[in-house]
Design a protein around this ligand. Sequence first.
Ligand code: NAP
Ligand code: G4F
Length: 322
Amino acid sequence: MTKTALITGITGQDGSYLAEQLLDKGYRVVGVVRRSSTTPYERIAHLVDRVELVSADLLDQTSLTDVVQAAAPDEIYNLAAQSFVQTSWNQPVLTGEFTALGVTRMLEALRKGAPKARFYQASSSEQFGKVVETPQRESTPFYPRSPYGVAKVYGHWITVNYRESFDLYAVSGILFNHESPRRGLEFVTRKISDGVARIKLGLQHELRLGNLDARRDWGFAGDYVDAMWRMLQQDEPDDYVIGTGETYSVREFCDLAFGAAGLDYRNHVVQDERFFRPAEVDLLVADPAKSKTQLGWTPKVNFRQLVEMMVEADLARYHRAQ
Ligand code: NAP
Ligand code: G4F
C-alpha cells in the first residue's frame, strides 16, 4: 500500500532532498508551505507536479492540526524551523516560537489528527554547543550556545517527553552540519562556494567571513535525509546522532573551495567582526557508531567531494546566468 509522508519545511534544503527520495520510494508526499505573497519554491520547482502542497504555519495550531488530519500521514518529518544560528540572537523570541514551541504544536497536531503516524524531529548538533565530551554521541549532555541551540534542546526533549507520555513513535535525529548546492546562501559553506564562484568570474574580489577557526563535522544533505527515513523504519523509536566522524575548520573549507577553482583563499578572505557570534561553538564532531550499527547508515559523500560539488554547482549557476 502507498505510504503517505507529511513534510514541514519542504521548501528548505533538507525538505527538497527528502521529498525526492520519498517520491523515488513510491510515497505520496504532502508538503507544508507557509503563506507568502510570492511562491519562492526554488528548491522544489522540479517536484511541484509530484507533491501535494498544503498551507500551514508553525505559529498556528489550527492550521497544523487541519493539515495533519487531512493528509492522514503514516510518517511526519518536522523539518521546519528558523534554522540560522546568527539570526537567533536578533530574533530570539521568534526562534523560540518556531523552533521550540512549533515542535509541540506539531506533536499536538499528530496526537489529535494522526496518533498512529511516526514522527521525526530535526534535532541538531548545536544542542551540544560548548561540548562537554568529544566526539559527541547520543548520551553526551547538551550545552547550547545560542537561542537557536536552546530552542532545539526544547524541541528535542518535548519529542522524547511525548514519546514517553503518550506512547508515540516519535524520534529525534541529532544531525551534524549537512550541506549541498541547495544550502541557503547565509550559511558559511554556501557563502564560501558562492563567493569562490563570484571571485573566479570577476564579480567580486574579496569574501568577508567571521571565525575561520571554528570546526564542524560537515556532510552531504542527500545522505542525511536517508538517515531520517531509516529512523522511522525501526521496530522501536529511538534517537540517533548522524555525522561523519570527521571535523574540519572553516579555514580548511576555504582552502579546499578556493583551491577547487585554482585560487588561493589567503588572497581573498577578509575577517570581519560583523560575522563573529556572541557565543561560538568551537568544535563539533560526531560519534556515529550507533547509527552505523543500528540503522546501517554511513555517509557516501566525503568532505572533499562535498566542497568540490558545491563550488562546481555555483560556478555552473553563474556561467548559465551569463
Ligand atoms: P532550511 O533550508 O532553513 O529550511 C527551513 C524550512 O522551514 C523552510 O522550508 C522554511 O520555509 C520552513 N519554515 C520556517 N519557518 C516556518 C514556519 N513558521 N512555518 C512553516 N514553515 C516554516 O533548513 P534545513 O537546512 O533544510 O534544515 C531542516 C531542519 O533541520 C531545520 O529544523 C534545521 O534547524 C535542522 N537542522 C539542520 C541542519 C543542517 O546542517 N542543515 C543540521 C541539524 C538540524 P520557507 O521556505 O517559507 O522559509
Ligand atoms: O554555517 P553556519 O552558519 O552553521 P552553524 O551555525 O554550524 O549551524 C548550522 O548547523 C547546525 C548543526 O550543527 C544546524 F542546526 C543549523 O540549523 C545550521 O544548519 O556556521 C558554521 C561556522 C560557525 O562557527 C560560524 O561562526 O562557521 C562560522 N563562520 C565563520 N564565518 C561563519 C562565517 N558562519 C556564517 N554563517 N557566516 C560567516 O561569514
